[in-house]
Ligand binder design. Structure first.
Ligand SMILES: [Zn+2]
Length: 474
């Protein structure tokens, strides 16, 4: 140890940062009939609190009290302009109520607000929970919810239990948080567990059929990776509405969760044919890439979903190629479009992204003479700890891809396609793969085509016809 010379106190090294991170403890009482939440927060010192933006005035009765105060010690925060700084200095208690029904009626759809979908209430924490003013602040969050028998809180945080959240603060804009009345089931898979919360709405299929559907989608991804990509996934199924499988959204960052709507007239056969669950499960296996590279996330799911189903005999390769031939041109740049990092249309995001991953996959297979593929890249992502609960950037992904595939294909194609409006000749590509479509979009294969072997490898059971896979991740 080196003693600083001279003047004692001033020369002391600064104290080490506290090893215990501040903990925000929240108790929420939910009233299912009035749809009102009563929120009671034990706020720690060291963080400055801030209430969410609330244009619809759903939050009311905001009041503050010193730590350890009784009920009568609370005063409205408008009577104490210094309340937030006082909480930061000494810690405090905060209490308020949330009118969820009002939020549902007034919040804009798809805008991190309250929203009701088939009797399940989307209730993102960022909409209603007091949070640190500094969005990058470190700390822990614990939420306990009590809504009685028929009103539960379900979330996708990694260690989530029903009515309980315990995690770091990233979860505030993280996985789904919903309120409702559920039946709970679980699916065990190699490497992880899926908790399934089934909403109470009308549906045309039995619970067992829904579980089989979810398990098959998960197995598509397990067949690629060797195990399930996260230790815990929360799937929330809402029931009702006209669509066999309606809107589905996967959210991560601090956990993994899928919200999906199944229609009231959905049949078992619809679920057997369905592609949505596999698409969402692929999202679970891939890190958050941020807004500019969302096309990488959507493109990967769009490209790999039919491949994985075809490999497991759940989809015919002819149908898959017919779909690619018909739909992939939607990913080509239109007049005025820029690179994939700069043009945010549906076609560029989903099919432009799929076209990117197809080219990366083909290029890896070509350069390695079929020994490596995009499959290896995804196993590499899993091996490096990547999944939807975390954010990665392109540099990290490209590094993992290079290690896993032994090529720089991903980096090179990304550099090109992200910046510029690249328009590959898809007709020539189908021909070289030996994919022929007649006018009725019936597909025949030409096994003499130069890339025919690679084409067969894409939908082959092991994902490759060449060397045996080096196995799953360690
Ligand atoms: Zn998607």
């Amino acid at each position: 140890m080196i003693l600083a010379p001279g003047r004692g106190v001033l020369a002391q090294p600064s104290p080490p940062p506290p090893t215990v991170e501040p903990l925000i403890e929240v108790r929420v009482a939910g009233d299912s009939l009035k749809r009102v939440l009563s929120v009671d927060v034990a706020w720690p010192s060291g963080l400055k609190p801030r209430f969410p933006r609330d244009e619809a005035s759903t939050l009311s009765g905001r009041s503050v009290a010193p730590v350890g105060a009784s009920k009568s010690g609370f005063v409205p925060i408008d009577q104490n302009p210094d309340w937030a700084s006082a909480c930061e200095r000494e810690g405090c208690r905060l209490a308020y109520s949330v009118d969820v029904a009002r939020g549902i009626a007034t919040d804009r759809r798809g805008d991190w607000g309250f929203e009701e979908k088939q009797r399940i209430v989307m209730a993102p924490l960022v909409r209603w929970l007091v949070r640190p003013e500094d969005r990058r602040a470190r700390g822990r969050l614990r939420v306990d919810f009590d809504g009685g028998k028929n009103f539960e809180l379900v979330s996708g945080v990694m260690d989530g239990r029903v009515n309980h959240i315990e995690t770091d603060l990233v979860v505030m804009d993280g996985p789904h948080v919903v309120l409702g009345d559920f039946t709970h089931r679980a699916i065990d898979l190699p490497g992880g567990r899926i908790d399934v919360a089934l909403g109470r709405g009308e549906r045309g299929v039995r619970d067992e059929d829904l579980l089989t559907w979810i398990r098959e989608g998960a197995q598509d991804v397990v067949s690629l990776l060797g195990r399930f990509p996260v230790s815990r996934l929360q799937v929330i199924v809402a029931s009702g509405g006209p669509y066999a499988v309606g809107s589905a959204v996967t959210m991560g960052m601090g956990g993994a969760s899928i919200f999906v709507v199944v229609g009231e007239r959905t049949r078992k056969a619809d679920l057997l044919r369905d592609w949505v669950m596999t698409h969402e499960m692929l999202h679970v296996a891939f890190p958050n890439m941020g807004f500019r590279q969302r096309w990488m996330e959507e493109g990967l799911s769009t490209y790999l979903e039919p491949l994985l189903r075809a490999r497991r005999g759940r989809y015919e390769p002819q149908k898959m190629w017919a779909e690619f031939v018909r739909a992939m041109p939607q990913g080509l740049p239109k007049d005025g479009d820029q690179g994939l990092d700069r043009t945010f249309t549906w076609g560029r995001r989903y099919w432009g992204g799929a076209m990117f991953w197809l080219h990366v996959d083909l290029e890896i297979r070509r350069r390695t003479e079929g020994a490596r593929s995009l499959d290896d890249v995804l196993r590499g992502v899993l091996g490096a700890g990547g999944n939807v609960a975390l954010r990665w950037d392109v540099a990290r992904l490209a590094g993992v891809a290079e290690n896993a595939s032994g090529t720089t294909a991903l980096r090179e194609i990304y550099d090109d396609w992200s910046e510029k409006a690249v328009a590959p000749d898809l007709g020539a590509l189908w021909t070289s793969l030996g994919v022929r479509a007649d006018k009725a979009e019936r597909i025949t294969f030409d096994d003499q085509a130069p890339l025919a072997r690679i084409r067969r490898g894409l939908t082959h059971k092991g994902g490759s016809l060449a060397v045996a896979s080096s196995g799953g991740p360690s």
